[in-house]
Design a protein around this ligand. Sequence first.
Ligand SMILES: C[S@@+](CC[C@H](N)C(=O)[O-])C[C@H]1O[C@@H](n2cnc3c(N)ncnc32)[C@H](O)[C@@H]1O
Length: 249
Amino acid sequence: MLFAIRCQQAQTQGITPLIEAKMDSTNTWVFKFAARGYDCMTAQKLWRRQISRLLEHVPTMPETILDLGCGPGVSSFELAERSGAQVLGLDFSERMIERAQASHRREFSHLRRLSFTHGDAAALQLPDHSVDLVTGHSFLYLVHDRRAVLREVRRVLRPGGSLVLMEPHAAGTLFSAAWHARGQLAQIWQNPWDTARFCTSMALWRLFGSANGMLSDSSVVQLFGQAGFAQVHTQPTLYGLGLHCVGRA
Ligand SMILES: C[S@@+](CC[C@H](N)C(=O)[O-])C[C@H]1O[C@@H](n2cnc3c(N)ncnc32)[C@H](O)[C@@H]1O
């Protein structure tokens, strides 16, 4: 209920900043000015298919979802469409939130249980135990203080609720991913523009991942465990380039 009220506030307040988000300055700069380019790269079927796979890790369809680092909204649109849940997309970049809200009005206005807010995942303006599922698609690796974010997520999740992330996987390589994806050539020729965008976003993602620190099985088990998550497990995805990271509150 309190989560619903917060979503309502996000809808009526627009992008009024709820808090002053303190971020790593390089990432802040990049996501401020690259919102349009990022949107162009990721607003496509292949990326959306990856996002919907986050829901494979929840035991039952959630009623409420908090999508951290929602960027221009692609992840939140996909999650809202697939789950029918009340979804709140949160990002520290105002530019990203503006784009998400514009796309929501323009293309996704049928998603009436979705709203966006500007904020810092390390200081969530949400009550304790108010969310069923917290997601982050390509998010935690960019965060400066990962422990603080995980503690906040643990606080807002209801008992039994899930945290599901998809992050760049330290063990993956572009070469081995390309080798494993060779069977998908037919699909590549069907959608050359989508494929080109997807491949470019993967290359940039790896570059960013290397600069910020990718996640490994052991770092996820350690970080999630320290934040008090149970049943922590990981699963490689995206031909080994990505890692699904799952924990229960
Ligand atoms: C790579 S984008 C991912 C966007 C979207 N989830 C997707 O999969 O397309 C990561 C986003 O996380 C946001 N971000 C990074 N640290 C954050 C924090 N501490 N709190 C909120 N958002 C954050 C950035 O602004 C950026 O828009």
